[in-house]
Design a protein around this ligand. Structure first.
Ligand code: ZN
Length: 247
């Protein structure tokens, strides 16, 4: 685990990140990696001197297989509730039409001649992306809600990558978990720097671009993306670059 802010830790799980927020011995997870990530989550907790029973919340930015992967196992092992945006519940439960991993395949096929795209698909498949473990029970959160869990994250609704994508802001710690609303590396095409996720893996890229306005009033030094390295030069400068990239 890499400590990226006060009481905030990152695990780079192949091409995706998940995070742990600590407060008074309790832990909230932000995303859970791939379907086979539970062992790495357990190891990460023990590195922090914590055990699964210290986990009190499992927060998901969205319901893609590289973010919700370990959530169902984590829910069973820790007893903590899994939470996601109200508009994302169906996807997280595997009930959304077109929400399966296979739905992304035809969109990615035309790009497989690119080495980065080919690598992503092989990497994702090897990590169980094609067989997601959907979450059996998930509790909704709402736009603007402040969650009573470690770090007291505030929910910022940022749809576009998926219907109910949400970002989480730790106001006191100056940290924004942007999920796949704004990343610093595009895992599909291998491009670096703050940007939106690429068109083929978004439900609605124009909407994703509009959702960047949710970050306009955010004053946080550290942006923690779903993919790529932490961005420490302020959320505003990351948003500016992502907008310039997506013009
Ligand atoms: Zn995603």
């Amino acid at each position: 685990m890499e400590t990226v802010a006060s009481g905030v830790h990152r695990h780079r799980d192949g091409l995706v990140n998940w995070y742990a927020i600590e407060e008074n011995g309790a832990v909230a997870l932000v995303d859970t990696g791939w379907p086979r990530s539970w062992g790495r989550i357990e190891a990460g907790l023990s590195e922090l001197g914590r055990s699964p029973s210290d986990v009190v919340a499992i927060l998901l930015t969205h319901g893609h297989g590289d973010h919700l992967g370990g959530a169902e196992r984590a829910r069973r092992e820790t007893g903590a509730p899994v939470r996601a945006h109200r508009d994302e519940l169906e996807r997280v439960r595997g009930k959304r039409k077109g929400g399966s991993s296979f739905a992304l395949v035809p969109k990615l096929l035309p790009h497989l001649w690119r080495p980065a795209s080919f690598r992503f698909v092989v990497h994702a498949a090897a990590h169980g992306f094609m067989t997601p473990r959907w979450v059996q029970e998930v509790m909704p959160f709402e736009d603007g809600e402040t969650l009573d869990v470690p770090g007291r994250p505030r929910v910022l609704s940022t749809p576009g990558h998926t219907e109910g994508h949400a970002s989480l802001l730790l106001e006191d710690r100056g940290v924004l978990f942007a999920g796949d609303a704004l990343v610093t590396a595009d895992p599909v095409f291998g491009r670096k720097g703050p940007r939106l996720m690429p068109e083929p893996v978004n439900v609605d890229t124009a909407r994703a671009r509009e959702s960047l306005t949710a970050f306009d009033d955010v004053e946080a030094d550290v942006l923690l993306p779903g993919h790529g390295e932490p961005w420490r030069r302020g959320v505003a400068s990351a948003v500016e670059r992502a907008r310039a990239e997506s013009r």
